[in-house]
Design a protein around this ligand. Structure first.
Ligand SMILES: Nc1ncnc2c1ncn2[C@@H]1O[C@H](COP(=O)(O)OP(=O)(O)OP(=O)(O)O)[C@@H](O)[C@H]1O
Length: 273
């Protein structure tokens, strides 16, 4: 029996996770995101794609709490987070990575990864985190160890982050997010700067993470190979508007999506940027 796109959408809607409803974000007179409604369930990978300037990072910033929407609601597992501070979102289980890798170059890999757990415990960003209380130290160390192991970087634990390649830094960034033991990860272009084989390996790792950890992922990604190989469902933005949603095969064959991408410098749908 073939499952239709409508059935996929309906079954997803019933799942827990992040619900964005009628989101509007403005910068002065410019509407960067216009009435966006979407859902990123736990246990699935949801893609958010679109050409440059479409509003993807802005949407992420609203979800993680660094931007306040002009209109609309952001609800996670039934809790309204629309105006909640970043600390509350982290505490409830939403973690994120950034388009530009934000590691502390002078710290070791293990220290960088541990910050993910410390931030979750403190409920704040790694930059302003408080040192964990004494009883929490072993919890932090163990979480960092597990995350590094899952990402295959245990042998880099004592290396300075500043000395790593882009591919290794991406893995450290992911491990740091995993150490936080979040229920939903917002990943902003996590394969940016990776070559084809690194990107394929990273995609496979993310698939494993979702299967083993039972978390949800909301991913912004330009690489359509990653989207088609990883996402259960994807939303497509253009100029702040939702122009298409569906399973990756539908997205890739959509004329509307193709037209939106062809109108930009970064080319068509279907390959690496
Ligand atoms: N802080 C800001 N102030 C003013 N305008 C902004 C700001 N941040 C984003 N914008 C504008 O909002 C729109 C959406 O930007 P956003 O960065 O969310 O796009 P994007 O889809 O993530 O693009 P890219 O793929 O290039 O990262 C763009 O027109 C951008 O210029």
């Amino acid at each position: 029996m073939t499952i239709t796109a409508t059935e996929v959408a309906e079954s997803r809607a019933a799942l827990a996770g992040l619900h964005i409803d009628g989101l509007v974000i403005r910068f002065g007179g410019h509407t960067a995101v216009n009435r966006l409604t979407m859902h990123a369930p736990i246990g699935q990978v949801t893609g958010l794609i679109g050409p440059n300037g479409a509003g993807k990072s802005t949407t992420f910033n609203a979800c993680s709490g660094s931007l306040t929407p002009a209109e609309g609601a952001i609800v996670f597992d039934g809790v309204d987070l629309t105006k909640a501070p970043e600390s509350k979102r982290a505490h409830l289980g939403i973690g994120r990575t950034f388009q530009r890798i934000e590691l502390f170059d002078s710290l070791s890999v293990a220290e960088n990864v541990a910050l993910g757990r410390e931030a979750r415990l403190a409920g704040v960003s790694p930059v302003t985190q408080l040192l964990p209380r004494r009883g929490e130290r072993s919890l932090v160390t163990e979480a960092a160890r597990r995350a590094m192991e899952q990402c295959g970087i245990s042998d880099l634990a004592t290396a300075r982050a500043g000395r790593l390649s882009t591919g290794q830094r991406r893995l450290v960034e992911l491990a740091r997010a995993l150490a936080g033991d979040f229920r939903l990860l917002l990943l902003d272009e996590p394969s940016s700067g990776l070559d084809h084989s690194e990107s394929d390996a990273f995609t496979e790792l993310l698939r494993q993470v979702v299967a083993e950890n039972g978390i949800g992922i909301l991913i912004v990604e330009h690489d359509m190979n990653v989207i088609s190989g990883l996402c259960d469902y994807a939303y497509v933005l253009d100029f702040g508007q939702l122009i298409f949603e569906g399973v990756p095969a539908e997205v890739l064959s959509s004329d509307v999506v193709r037209k939106a991408y062809l109108g930009t410098e970064d080319g068509g749908v279907g390959g690496h940027r």
